[in-house]
Design a protein around this ligand. Structure first.
Ligand SMILES: Cc1cc2nc3c(=O)[nH]c(=O)nc-3n(C[C@H](O)[C@H](O)[C@H](O)COP(=O)(O)OP(=O)(O)OC[C@H]3O[C@@H](n4cnc5c(N)ncnc54)[C@H](O)[C@@H]3O)c2cc1C
Length: 356
């Protein structure tokens, strides 16, 4: 469709908003109960990588109340600047005030790229801000790059049920906005002696203007070690054959001090809770060791674990695709292999503990 055939408001929205005015990469610094979300540091690391191609600065956007210690953390992870807005109204995340202040900051400082974590908070804020700014947002990106010719952000994410990877460009509007799930990007090194600039802005909004009230935080109870914090993950799939088979996975995880993961097939069968699902529609993990037991290795499962440092697969089918993504493969029946491994690890650990 040519611009002449578009509705005037669409054509207006498509017009280049003086792209050259927009400079720098922003990362939303997410936090809850004074604890920053690690995905913010992962995104600052990624922004640093992209900034080399754009010769741009990396800034973090920090909204909250009494959060003055967090900018130093952001600098240590690679931010050059922190845009800080503090107000009692911003103490806890709520869509309306956070979106309003984020939009005001974008309109004042014109960032070229704005990255947020694909978390409950980041998804909510990103979609509201992108709508208000009439710009493009690509959710759940798995990789980001700069187009060497146009300098546009190439935002890649799974599409059509994960069967293809789509690279999306936001060519006419700024900022280019993306969300990225936790653990997709590596955690950058901390540099204690890195410092930067804090730009503090005012924000006026009365508490009465906000309809939502935060009364308390209730922590979700998870079985065992949470997936996102684990250095080792032992996952079970349809090959476990049922809840009893999943118990064998749990015992191996316990012996190794690992978290328990699962494929969607195991979750859909009701053998384990949804909190444990790894993959495109589950969690993304990046542990030091990932052990996949009775999992075939569908593209949707791989999307959630293929960045693990070391992958071991146990599967009775030597042609299972999981072996192609694995560093070590064990062809065999998991009902025999997993209990044998559990015993061997238990003995090894007991032996180490008994040693003077
Ligand atoms: C939009 C969309 C999103 C999805 N999101 C996810 C997601 O987030 N996570 C996810 O996991 N899937 C997801 N899926 C589903 C995915 O396509 C696969 O169906 C699923 O991952 C298969 O799980 P599985 O590997 O456990 O089962 P299967 O593919 O059935 O594989 C079972 C494996 O176990 C092996 N096996 C059987 N018995 C034994 C035994 N005794 N010992 C050893 N090995 C044995 C078999 O050889 C086989 O390789 C999604 C699908 C779609 C369309």
């Amino acid at each position: 469709m040519s611009p002449g055939e578009m509705k005037p408001e669409v054509a207006q929205a498509m017009a280049d908003p003086a792209k050259s005015q927009y400079k720098g990469i922003w990362v939303y610094l997410e936090h809850a109960e004074k604890t920053p979300a690690p995905v913010s540091w992962e995104l600052i690391g990624e922004a640093r990588r992209l900034a080399k191609d754009l010769k741009a600065e990396v800034s973090a956007v920090l909204l909250g109340h009494d959060v003055k210690a967090m900018p130093e953390e952001a600098f240590a992870y690679g931010a050059d600047r922190v845009y800080l807005v503090q107000s009692p109204v911003l103490r806890d995340y709520r869509t309306r005030p956070y979106a309003r202040v984020a939009v005001e900051l974008v309109e004042k400082y014109h960032p070229e790229i704005f990255l947020l974590g694909a978390t409950a908070q980041g998804r909510d804020l990103a979609s509201t801000v992108a709508t208000k700014l009439a710009t493009g947002l690509t959710a759940d990106c798995t990789s980001l790059d700069i187009d060497q010719e146009t300098k546009d952000l190439r935002q890649t994410r799974p599409a059509f049920g994960g069967n293809i990877m789509a690279t999306i460009l936001c060519r006419h509007r700024r900022p280019q906005m993306s969300t990225v799930r936790p653990h997709i990007m590596p955690m950058p090194e901390r540099e204690e002696d890195r410092h930067g600039e804090v730009v503090e802005d005012e924000f006026q909004m009365a508490e009465e203007e906000v309809a939502e009230k935060v009364l308390t935080f209730v922590r979700k109870k998870t079985e065992g070690i949470p997936l996102e914090q684990a250095d080792i993950v032992v996952s079970g799939g349809r090959g476990t054959g049922g809840a009893e088979g999943m118990d064998k996975i749990r015992r191996l995880a316990e012996a190794l001090g690992a978290a328990v993961g699962a494929s969607r097939a195991a979750v859909s069968n009701g053998w384990i809770g949804q909190d444990h699902q790894v993959g495109q529609t589950g969690q993304t993990v990046r542990p030091k060791l990932y052990i996949a037991c009775g999992i075939s290795g569908s593209i949707q499962h791989l999307a959630g674990m293929q960045s693990s440092e070391l992958i071991v697969a146990i599967n009775k089918d030597p042609k299972a695709p999981i072996f192609e993504a694995s560093d070590y493969g064990l062809v065999g029946d998991l009902h025999q292999v997993v209990p044998a491994l559990t015993k061997a690890f238990e003995r090894l650990i007991e032996g180490q503990e008994a040693r003077p």
